[in-house]
Design a protein around this ligand. Structure first.
Ligand SMILES: C[S@@+](CC[C@H](N)C(=O)[O-])C[C@H]1O[C@@H](n2cnc3c(N)ncnc32)[C@H](O)[C@@H]1O
Length: 336
């Protein structure tokens, strides 16, 4: 290495340049169904190629790369098994992230990130430039991708749900409405923890694909820019970060209009600490912020920014509680 060049720093930045390759290895493994095919057992490359309709030599190279990423391991007799990380890519398993991998490396999201420079120049979501639609409109028109999106959101919510439920004091609450609640993963956790609670799952007609709620839950479809159901308490998770400030104030104002005087709102989002010393600890959130920019025109926000949105919607922030170790916080708000 030439004098004056910090070899370790150069290697670190080269790692960033190559950073997108592993993401496609993960997505391709999941997309081909390799983790489900291997399961708890082991399979040789010829068997795997047969089961996944792939080219044996190319699949062997993918698997070798996946060994390097500690997703699969090769046994002495040349068969492949899943590592603990690879197990997370199986479908329908606790902690599974297979749909998350497929969503964030989906062609539309992938190409939107390819236009990050355009979004930084314009401040607009490149997803709309590429597809001619907003993300939610596009998902609604593509049921297969919509199903991946819905399950990916549920995968992200499932492991956080217990911490979120524990952080929300539902004393005196008989009905809880989850606004933009997707397939009901979070609401189901609330209903499990509170046997006397009634739930309302509210989402768009394509979003309210409730698969995990019970008879104590009513499903209501609609548009949260128009009207949301009344309830003693409302929860809204991972919705506000999808939108710019103007749209957020519109959603929160519709919720405010549906709240009784004693009502309470639990806004569930990660809180960005926009402090130079804290940024290196928030890499995933900072990448999510750019993902919101390119895919939706939304953003991640600081506590002060959330307080400002709530205030503009006639709500007062009364407390912030971290939701266990999930990375989310629960911002509690009441009518101002
Ligand atoms: C990022 S997802 C969050 C889902 C769920 N709250 C969670 O955290 O897993 C955003 C949700 O907002 C819903 N949504 C988007 N636009 C909507 C609208 N105009 N009215 C109602 N729901 C909408 C989507 O269908 C989706 O379920």
């Amino acid at each position: 290495m030439s004098a004056g060049i910090d070899a370790a720093e150069r290697e670190r930045v080269v790692g960033l340049v190559f950073g997108f390759f592993p993401a496609q290895v993960v997505r391709t493994l999941a997309g081909l169904g390799v983790p489900d095919a291997i399961g708890d057992g082991s399979l040789g490359v010829e068997q795997l190629a047969g089961q996944t309709a792939t080219h044996p030599d190319a699949l062997a190279r993918l698997l070798r790369a996946a060994c390097g990423l500690d997703l699969v391991a090769r046994t002495p007799d040349g068969a492949y098994t899943l590592t603990p990380g690879g197990q997370l890519l199986r479908t329908g398993r606790p902690g599974s992230i297979g749909n998350l991998a497929q969503l964030f490396c989906h062609d539309t999201v992938w190409r939107s990130w390819g236009e990050l420079e355009w979004s930084v120049r314009t401040g607009e979501p490149s997803f709309e430039k590429i597809t001619g639609r907003s993300s939610f409109a596009y998902f609604a028109e593509h049921p297969d991708l919509n199903a991946v999106f819905t399950e990916a959101m549920a995968e992200g919510t499932r492991t956080a749900a217990a911490g979120i439920v524990a952080a929300c004091d539902l004393t005196g609450v008989t009905t809880l409405a989850d606004i933009g609640g997707g397939n009901g993963t979070l609401l189901a956790a609330f209903l499990d923890a509170h046997p006397d609670l009634q739930g309302i799952l509210f989402d768009s007609p394509s979003g309210a694909t409730a698969t995990v709620v019970d008879e104590r839950c009513e499903i209501v479809t609609g548009d949260f820019f128009q009207e949301v159901p009344a309830a003693d308490a409302h929860v809204v998770k991972s919705v506000v970060h999808d939108w710019d400030d103007e749209h957020c104030v519109a959603i929160l104002s519709r919720i405010r209009a549906a709240m009784p005087a004693h009502g309470v709102l639990f806004l569930v989002e990660p809180i960005l600490r926009d402090d130079p010393a804290a940024l290196a600890d928030q890499r995933i959130l900072l990448m999510s912020d750019l993902n919101m920019l390119v895919c939706l025109g939304g953003r991640e926000r600081t506590r002060e920014q959330f307080a400002g949105l709530l205030s503009a919607a006639g709500l007062a922030l009364t407390g912030v509680t971290p939701a266990g170790g999930s990375g989310y916080s629960v911002l509690r708000a009441v009518p101002a």
